[in-house]
Design a binder for this molecule. Structure first.
Ligand SMILES: Cc1cc2nc3c(=O)[nH]c(=O)nc-3n(C[C@H](O)[C@H](O)[C@H](O)COP(=O)(O)OP(=O)(O)OC[C@H]3O[C@@H](n4cnc5c(N)ncnc54)[C@H](O)[C@@H]3O)c2cc1C
Length: 276
């Protein structure tokens, strides 16, 4: 039989943990489910930019988890595979049901849309400079993406690699990319990655007919919300929070605030109380 909850939160990143805390604090029996364990993107970030004291991402995730658990929320590690109105929540482990659901699934890993892409995963293709950047100290690397976090990854990598090229995938880069232009070992390329090459690992990245020597490519482009498991995204009682919401600002404070608001709204819906 399905485990029955007032509120289920799908995704235990910043937004999901904030939502779980708010829902539990409002008196809802709350379960937050994540396929990877708690933290989401935070687990890849050594220092959070634009936040007081630049806290470590793992420490920040740990504090959010502690607060959600202290409020009474429960954590389940499973991948949600189907969500149908009612709500019925199927996972690769046990099934759940809930009166209200918060979707806080973030954005998946970046994709280039190339046939050979999956073959280089972990063989030169990465999604995390803090995790894999040290492997390429002294090497030439590429970052594919245009937004502020792609630029930030390129700036961070420039501190240790021989050279980093930001390939913007045909999109105007975030204004912070101007800082890359001041570095002797960084460049911005406005084209698109068309092919990856190398045997037993990456050797080069082809952009606009030019093969750029590269031992690694960090793919931040093409991140989309993984919402394919949702049968009806407009069902009453369903709330979106964090980076997967259409109007997301894509920062930690914004994800935390939207998660808290969605968790409170979901609890109010589930318990039949007015929101706020
Ligand atoms: C490289 C990079 C650097 C950044 N640096 C900063 C920074 O310095 N400062 C700042 O303010 N912001 C930064 N950001 C932005 C910030 O990290 C994000 O806006 C925020 O972490 C998003 O949180 P979230 O909870 O919405 O999503 P996520 O953290 O992505 O969490 C989503 C969770 O949902 C889970 N999930 C997805 N699908 C399912 C499913 N079907 N079943 C179960 N679980 C599922 C995932 O496993 C994941 O744990 C950065 C982003 C990136 C990419």
């Amino acid at each position: 039989m399905a485990q029955d909850w007032d509120v289920v939160v799908v995704g235990a990143g910043v937004a999901g943990l904030a939502a779980a805390r708010a829902a539990a604090e409002a008196g809802a029996r709350t379960c937050v489910i994540d396929r990877m364990g708690p933290g989401g993107v935070l687990m890849n970030l050594s220092g959070l930019h634009d936040m007081p004291g630049s806290p470590n991402g793992i420490d920040y995730a740990s504090a959010l988890l502690d607060a959600a658990m202290a409020a009474g929320a429960e954590l389940a590690i499973a991948e949600v595979t189907a969500l149908t109105p009612g709500f019925q929540i199927a996972t690769d482990d046990e099934a759940h049901s809930a009166r209200a659901v918060v979707l806080a699934v973030g954005l998946g890993n970046g994709r280039l849309g190339l046939a050979e892409e999956d073959g280089y995963e972990g063989q030169g293709l990465s999604h995390c400079a803090a995790c894999d950047g040290p492997l390429y100290a002294g090497a030439r690397v590429v970052v594919a993406g245009h937004d502020r976090w792609a630029v930030q990854e390129a700036l961070d990598l420039a501190a240790t690699v021989e050279h980093v090229t930001l390939v913007t995938q045909g999109t105007e880069p975030h204004e912070s990319a101007a800082a890359l232009g001041t570095l002797p070992n960084a460049a911005i390329w406005p084209g698109r990655v068309a092919a990856l090459a190398g045997t037993g690992g990456l050797d080069s990245v082809s952009v606009d007919g030019t093969a750029l020597p590269a031992r690694a490519i960090f793919v931040l482009a093409g991140r989309v919300a993984p919402l394919g498991f949702v049968a009806d995204a407009s069902a009453p009682g369903l709330f979106l929070a964090g980076d997967c919401a259409p109007t997301a600002v894509e920062t930690v404070p914004a994800a935390e605030a939207s998660g808290a608001a969605a968790g409170a709204a979901a609890a109010a819906f589930a318990l039949g109380k007015p929101a706020g």
